[in-house]
Design a protein around this ligand. Sequence first.
Ligand code: FAD
Length: 529
Amino acid sequence: MRTIYWFRMSSLRLHDHPALLAAAEGSSCLYPVFCLERRIATPYGENRRRFLLESLRDLDAGLRSLNSRLIVLDGAPEVALRAALADWSVDRLAYQLDLASAESKRSAAAVDALAEAAGVQVLARGGHTMCDLDALLRRAGGSPTTSYAPFVKHFEAEVRAAPIVARPAPSRLPPVGGEATAADDAARAVPAPADVGLPADADAAVLVRGGESAALARLDEHLQRRGGAWAAEMEKPATSPMALEPFGAGTRSTTVLSPYLAFGCLSPRLFYTRLAAEAYGRHPKHAMPPVSLHGQLLWREFFHTCAHGTPNYERMVGNPICRQVPWGDDKELLAAWAEGRTGYPWIDAAMTQLRREGWIHHLARHAVACFLTRGDLWQSWEKGAAVFEELLLDVDPALNAGNWMWLSASCFFYQYFRCYSPVAFPKKYDKDGAYVRRWLPALANFPAKYIYEPWKAPIADQKAAGCIIGKDYPKPIVAHDVASKANMAKMAEAYAAHKEGGASKAAATPTPKRAAPAPAKKTKQMKLK
Ligand code: FAD
């Protein structure tokens, strides 16, 4: 049996990889391939391209240690694999399922169709999630639940029926056929950074390095912190969105394992089983879902199940779980938010970190997503999700769309009258504004008293800090108190229209325009997951 193994963007590892193990079984030749459109500018940002190349290099090294190698084919999967199926006369094509997005399903369906047309057998196995998502959907009665508590019950029942087991990496792999490795060896190697349009200094703000080896080392590090106690006690709301060094022992941040889970460098099942054994097993009084670390893995599974079972999940229109809200459409407001020039330092600092490092803490994502949508700017969550898709290292369409729906109160969370203040919220974590100073050098010398509302600083203080508001740093793009109240009223209208059974009744309302900022006051705090 001659088999092609198709590594996808979400399965770049050797450990706990049932589809790879099954592909190796009974194969006399195994062709491990990854499809990359080298000549086409990739739609995602530099951070993600760099992480991808590092992950491919690490995967290639791992395969070589098993007497194999990675063959990087040029082109989209449905094009590159068509040629490979014919050139190598294979009998079987294998890959790991990825049900996170309509695009990943479409791509797999296209590949299945061309394999079928070529008379090639297809072998697909799970592994991107902890459970079989169809089994979880069946436990929910066929369509996904949008509440976490019942989902946890379904998950636990499913785990009792089909325990989560992480499998070791293969100890050997069948050889790669000679026709794939000979003369054009270099052409099929993992490309150099320049080949995918990465500048020489692309790693200037690298937060985490790509690859399975780095993922496993990071997991070890977290599980060893305080003999497993850190992971056992970790409660998400107690972590800080403003940790200056999000990664490393002693940080008050979360694990930053999300890029590895998104690219499949780390198996969620390995994470879950090791967490159970090495942290919870040793510290029985551990934290519990929804805020615990395993609670976070359950959130991941929850959103994957929702994405798999919901038509048009990544859009508002035609999405049965999403409230229809007449969002505004203002390119200028969207650009100011995306480029970190709203005039609200906490929001701008978070968007700057996101652009530079490709990652921000969950609560920073909460704050910027709320600000763009129902909080302040009244722009569509789909627009925000698209900006995140461009900038995030850990893009996962199921998690991205799901969390954007949550923060915009379009689904999952309905207390739209609870809103993040871009002034009061950051003060709770970082009174002096060290995080803002780090990411917005223009405000580096600003007095702490005005760091989250610099437009209120007397001109003498602005001059002393070397930062004139309106010249060196923007004035606020909207007045938070005015805009958030107006937006709550619009949300109330949209909810009422939804209750009456139609989005059309919620008439389009104008976008908040630049108004003189009113003094910020404390808003009702959001319930944090
Ligand atoms: P930890 O707290 O250490 O959690 C461990 C793992 O659990 C994460 O790596 C992640 O896989 C999962 N997880 C944690 N929080 C969530 C959550 N709320 N929902 C689902 N799974 C979760 N996460 C992504 O991986 N990709 C995205 O594209 C993405 N987009 C988001 C968009 C918005 C608007 C918001 C509010 C959140 C988004 N998240 C996304 C979820 C979450 O913010 C990140 O998973 C988390 O911050 C990653 O950091 P971590 O690995 O340190 O998380």
